[in-house]
Design a protein around this ligand. Sequence first.
Ligand SMILES: CC(C)(COP(=O)(O)OP(=O)(O)OC[C@H]1O[C@@H](n2cnc3c(N)ncnc32)[C@H](O)[C@@H]1OP(=O)(O)O)[C@@H](O)C(=O)NCCC(=O)NCCS
Length: 435
Amino acid sequence: MLTREFVLSFREAAPYIHAYRGKTFVLAVSGETLQDGGFASMAQDINLLVSLGVRVVLVHGIRPQIESLLKRHGIARLFHRDRRVTDAATMDVVKQAIGVARLDVEAQLSMGMPNSPMHGSQLRVAGGNFITAQPLGVLDGVDMQYTGQVRRIDADAIRRRLDAGELALVSPVGYSLTGEAFNLTMEELATHVAISLKAEKLIFAVEGRGAVEQDGQLISTLTSQQAEALLDAGSLPEDVAAYLPYCIRATREGIPRAHLISRYEDGALLVEHFTRGGNGTMIARDPLVRVRNASIEDIGDIIALIRPLEDQGILVKRSREHLEMDIGQYAVLEHDGKIYGCVAMHAFPDADTAELACLAVAPTKRDGGFGEMLLQHVEYQARTQGLHSLFVLTTQTAHWFVERGFAEADKSRLPLSRQQFYNYQRRSKVFVKSL
Ligand SMILES: CC(C)(COP(=O)(O)OP(=O)(O)OC[C@H]1O[C@@H](n2cnc3c(N)ncnc32)[C@H](O)[C@@H]1OP(=O)(O)O)[C@@H](O)C(=O)NCCC(=O)NCCS
């Protein structure tokens, strides 16, 4: 049984392994994760990612390390607008904290005991003066001194290290043209690095499992827009609320996906990226193309799409009145505010099935996956209504459906109420897909 589960899980992971080879992941881990030992298991998974050909940039934080060193040296903590004011004494502490943190991270990434997953791995960690910083300056009359902000990332230099198969370890510090070092925040730095490297993913490790609903239920996917609305609602855990704006910014600036994963859960990094469901929260770019429920205002566009197909006998004729009556069952595909596709779903709950009908994509927009998106929308709707199959009647598009998991079936498989309306002149074939 266990062997079977292993085989199935490994096969489930295979498409992701292919997809991620050569892609860049920027992983941001807080100083807390380094401090309390949670990083040890993550280090194994990072090693595995690199061995699978993923280009990993690890950005680490040092907040608690700075705090304990300040305490030990009896140096006062200074904050303004939620940012640390880094005076010269504090900057010395920052440098110490970075030194210790880097050594610890490098040590953990170098483990390779024979009975560990890292046995045989020869991960090399690269560092360097990749980050140019500038002072944050004087805010509301407060001189932030050595607290800085990112000015430039030497993405080419980082890329060269990644090309060589190394992991780039980036600490929250940047150097200025005047030869000084500045204290940066891990979140801002990781976001800049991801954007400048055009990374595939930006990942933050959080206290919980990710973004949650008010009742505590995990939200596994969000668009940037939904993430913004969730932030406005104001009920998120503190660290999620702190990281989410960086995820939104990254996705808006070209990173396809940002993720929040648990910093405690062993293997969270692998489960989130190599299983279908994941176990954290994924924030995706706002789609340029979306499928949405149709409204009365869309009827003109729907008619423009389907009339030529009705004239060719590909679709059955539908009057405007008929469309108006059933508009609640239609969805349209919108791209940049224009309608390029439509589909209808007529549910037959008593027969535990639904009919997919009136599927059309504008001729100029075909072969771009829009048809597939409309089909997926209907499948999703049917599943959410608890239905277990989908059927379609078609005269000329049989293969398109067969290639997407439909199988030809006899008319007797249709719900009785639908059989009564079967058009014997059209002689459409029936195709069914189990959901
Ligand atoms: C069927 C239709 C909705 C597909 O839309 P689309 O956005 O082009 O779909 P996708 O991009 O997801 O798929 C394109 C693929 O389907 C193939 N395809 C298109 N029409 C097909 C057909 N009638 N039979 C078999 N395959 C077809 C294309 O050749 C392309 O194949 P490729 O990926 O190997 O190049 C669109 O062609 C259409 O509007 N057709 C006219 C209306 C129609 O037939 N509706 C179904 C009525 S039941």
